[in-house]
Ligand binder design. Structure first.
Ligand code: F6R
Length: 608
């Protein structure tokens, strides 16, 4: 939720901030703003409802000079998305400007206190309250901004990544974080601060990830000065940023989503690199090696995740139980954290998250730790909160995912799930060697087969054209195709706003069958595996009620092909996710929807 970016150095800040905001726009895009301190010590604040391009248009004839500035793109939590509620917020005296990602939970009680002390508020945001709280501390305690921010944050309950700029201090920014991410890029005589590394890529490779409850003074000509909010000094840990510019640009595609769909074969290779050894028929997962015994003897492996990542967990549960014979539970992190689950030190909890910042998943990790379980992570973003909160983990290596709807990240998560199941099966001795070897060989061929599927999916656009105006759609599959059906339905609803549901195919007759008529398209995932015959019966049931059938089938299929109105072929394997993505994508484009930034959504859900 929300993207923050800040700059201090010798260059003009404004173009750097705007470019940074555009790269962060996937985090929120209902309003944007910028604050700049010019050479005459004037603080210029410009805000606009809408996207970063609206802010640019608004500021086009204004003074945007200055070598220091802060900027924000918002996903509203407190107060409607409008110009007044947009960040940066300025303190009552006009001396301090602040940007914030997160939620201050006790802002109402602080606001009441500040009102008693003479402060008035223009917006309905928690952020303006925090800005004035810092000013109040500064004035009443007679301390500098660094100290005022530190003291003020001790009064705050909630999550924050903030950057604060002060008039009269053109060489200094103060930043802090708790529960919301923040990275500081160290350039040559300049600093870049952002919610994630994307605005920093191509500018410097030296970065520091701020830890929870740390405050930092970023001053030109000085080293970073980091303290905890409890006033304990901390050393900055400088790391090398491995991302490159290509990975965050569209590379000729109309949308990031399409680019990311086409990246799947490459990222599956990247996810397997150094882990899958098809010569020796082995899988090695270095990140969790020291916890393999716990996994093997766990009473339960418990997956916690949200949304698409939850679907990947469901695939994981089918695979691990089937191949490694270890009991697996799959939990929505948001339910798990509140339902007082039975978790013991004999369980291993695995948190799965693309962004590594999802608030519910972080809370679930915390709970599992309190209950004494080992907690592992499967995460895409290196250095993210979840990767740091877990005891150990496996990175998915999908690269930055900019499209708000998750695509390649799911594919990489499923790839990790397959490798994890195979590794556990090897340790447990639950699969015959030749059976496991065949699985590993097949996994190694998946990128090629995915490429084939992408190369032969042109006609998905025609199917999309046919069904782009429907109001409902059903997705049905069995076994591990069931989570894929859920995921296909989620993709369609989130980017094209068509209502869609995913079900295990056999559940259809327990209710959803009542919906079937000539206007209801049903997507069947009818690839060739153990329940194929049963899925064929389900197709017949839909056909008998005049439903329209789109079937994802294996190349050699005969039966489903005859019954379906449209088919999408895939090679004899399980790489069936891409056609569903392509279908959702084309329908959304044809309906004129914003594919990369669907309404009401944000890439990183750092609030409950
Ligand atoms: C859907 C989507 C979301 C996320 C969910 C969890 O396309 O992207 O459902 O999967 O918000 O996010 P992460 O994986 O970042 O924890």
């Amino acid at each position: 939720m929300c993207g923050i970016v800040a700059y201090i150095g010798q260059q003009e800040a404004y173009p750097i901030l705007i470019e940074g905001l555009k790269r962060l726009e996937y985090r929120g895009y209902d309003s944007a703003g910028v604050a700049l301190l010019n050479e005459n010590n004037e603080l210029n604040v410009y805000k606009a409802k809408g996207k970063v391009s609206d802010l640019e248009a608004f500021a086009s004839s204004k003074d945007v000079s200055g070598h220091i500035g802060i900027a924000h793109t918002r996903w509203a939590t407190h107060g409607e998305p409008n110009q007044v509620n947009a960040h940066p917020h300025v303190s009552q005296s006009g001396n301090i400007a602040l940007i914030h990602n997160g939620i201050i939970e006790n802002y109402l009680s602080i606001r009441k206190e500040l009102e008693k002390r003479g402060f008035t508020f223009k917006s309905s945001t928690d952020t303006e309250v925090l800005t004035n709280l810092i000013e109040d501390v500064q004035q009443s305690e007679h301390v500098d901004l660094f100290e005022a921010v530190r003291i003020a944050l001790n009064h705050v309950v909630g999550a924050y990544a903030i950057v604060v700029l002060e008039k009269g201090h053109p060489d200094q920014l103060i930043a802090a974080r708790k529960g919301s991410p923040m990275v500081i890029g160290i350039g040559d005589g300049e600093y870049f601060i952002a919610s994630d590394a994307t605005p920093i890529v191509g500018r410097t490779q030296k970065v520091v990830y701020l830890e929870d409850e740390q405050v930092v003074k970023i001053k030109l000509g000085e080293e970073l000065h980091i303290k905890t909010i409890q006033d304990v000094e901390a050393m900055p840990y400088v790391q090398e940023l491995k991302m490159n510019l290509d990975s965050i640009e569209k590379a000729g595609f109309d949308h990031f989503m399409m680019k990311e769909i086409y990246e799947q074969p490459t990222i599956v290779r990247d996810t397997m690199r150094g882990r899958l050894n098809p010569e020796a028929n082995t899988v090695r997962l270095g990140g969790i090696q020291q916890y393999e015994k716990q996994l093997l003897y766990a009473d339960n492996i418990v997956f916690v995740a949200c949304g698409t990542s939850w679907h990947a967990c469901l695939v994981g549960s089918y695979l691990i139980e089937n191949l490694a014979k270890i009991p697996v539970k799959v939990e929505y992190a948001s339910e798990f954290r509140y339902r007082n689950p039975v978790i013991t030190p004999h369980d291993v909890v695995i948190a799965v998250s693309q962004s590594g910042e999802t608030a519910d998943t972080l809370a679930a990790i915390q709970l599992a730790k309190e209950k004494g379980a080992v907690v592992l992570g499967i995460c895409n973003v290196i250095g993210s909160s979840i990767s740091r909160a877990t005891d150990a983990g496996i990175y998915t290596h999908a690269g930055p995912e900019i499209g708000v709807a998750s695509t390649k990240a799911f594919t990489s998560q499923v790839t990790v799930m397959v490798m994890l199941a195979l590794r556990l099966a090897e340790l447990k001795g639950s699969m015959k060697d030749e059976e496991r070897a065949a699985f590993i060989q097949e996994l190694d061929r998946i990128p090629e087969k995915m490429q084939w599927t992408l190369d032969h999916s042109g006609h998905v656009k025609d199917i999309a054209e046919k069904y782009k105006d429907v109001r409902n759609m059903l997705y049905l599959g069995r076994l591990q195709n069931y989570p894929v059906a859920l995921e296909g339905a989620l993709k369609l609803k989130e980017i094209s706003y068509i209502h869609a549901e995913g079900y295990p195919a056999a559940e259809m007759k327990h209710g959803p069958i009542a919906l079937i008529d000539k206007d209801m398209p049903v997507v069947f995932i009818a690839t060739n595996h153990s329940t194929y015959e049963k899925v064929i019966s389900n197709i017949q049931e839909v056909k008998a009620r005049n439903g329209k059938i789109i079937a994802i089938i294996s190349q050699k299929d005969v039966l489903a092909r005859k019954m379906a109105d449209y088919v999408i072929e895939i090679p004899e394997t399980e790489c069936l996710y891409s056609p569903l993505l392509a279908l959702a994508y084309h329908i959304a484009v044809m309906r004129g929807c914003n594919v990369d930034q669907p309404r009401n959504l944000a890439k990183s859900v750092t609030v409950e």
